[in-house]
Design a protein. Sequence first.
Length: 304
Amino acid sequence: MVTGLPSTRPGSTPTIRELLAAGNRSFSFEFFPPKTPEAEEVLWRSIREIEQLRPTFVSITYGAGGTTRDGTIRVTERVAQDTSLTPLGHLTCVAHSRDELRSVIGAYAGSGVRNMLALRGDPPGGPSQPWVAHPEGMNHAIELVELIRSLGDFCVGVAAFPDKHPEAADLDADARVLAEKAEAGADYAITQMFFGADDYFSLVDRAAAYGCDIPILPGIMPVTNIKQIKRMAELTGMALPTAVTDRLHAVEEDPKAVREVGIEIASELCEKLLSGGAPGIHFITLNRSTATRQVYLNLQGTTV
Ligand SMILES: Cc1cc2nc3c(=O)[nH]c(=O)nc-3n(C[C@H](O)[C@H](O)[C@H](O)COP(=O)(O)OP(=O)(O)OC[C@H]3O[C@@H](n4cnc5c(N)ncnc54)[C@H](O)[C@@H]3O)c2cc1C
């Protein structure tokens, strides 16, 4: 029962908790809210293509600096109402008071969205800047997990970091935070993008040592052009491994070959993760579904 919020609509989508508990491998795809009518068209074309693969869920990011609040809710609501997909709405604490966060959670609930990814968010100036909380807001994702949980029967996911969060003292501190988020009511985690299967399995082991056994879905983004190498490092605060960049730089004169190698690297990584026991894969699409769809289909032994 939702307290003080509109209850989720009858016929609202299943929870990711229920879908993961069903035991099948989870395949999910991440999108971001578009800023122009042209980008909106690209997004919906991609969502319709992904819909045909019948993924476990699709997620919609919340803009850095809390900028795309309305766009995120609008796209997530439309996915809930106009498609057969299960949507996951991201939510960050950036520049929001507790009351504003309550109202966003209420807007999700009113649209039939029961799945939320509770994040602190990066500082508005980017991951390298110091974090500053809203004066009436929150400092850590764990507080948002607690708030969402206190407001109703929602399913809550959180972020995890195989390569360490840039602000964390060490890998162990990160695993402890993940265990605390699970203790506070997180049902599962999705990782930041990474390139080493061993880094993922080490995170799972470290979290388990703290008693955390929630499913941890690996976040995978294929590199499709050379410029992305720098961009990904900026976003995650971690340089890509040379084993990956060497393979991409070896073909950098040929953009098509870079893309193919990027898809190959991502496919190999996903195979290692799944054969090692990962519960599924969360694909970061950048709203163009072709590369992630190809990786997904490679895992099923098909091509686009
Ligand atoms: C799957 C995924 C999806 C994402 N989607 C978005 C998005 O839609 N929009 C967006 O803006 N950003 C997004 N991000 C980025 C994310 O917001 C940043 O990485 C952010 O810096 C950390 O968020 P968090 O939820 O892990 O924060 P937290 O869990 O609060 O952690 C932040 C830092 O504080 C430390 N910490 C946490 N709790 C405590 C505590 N109790 N005491 C002391 N230290 C603590 C952690 O170790 C970490 O170093 C996403 C990240 C991932 C992995």
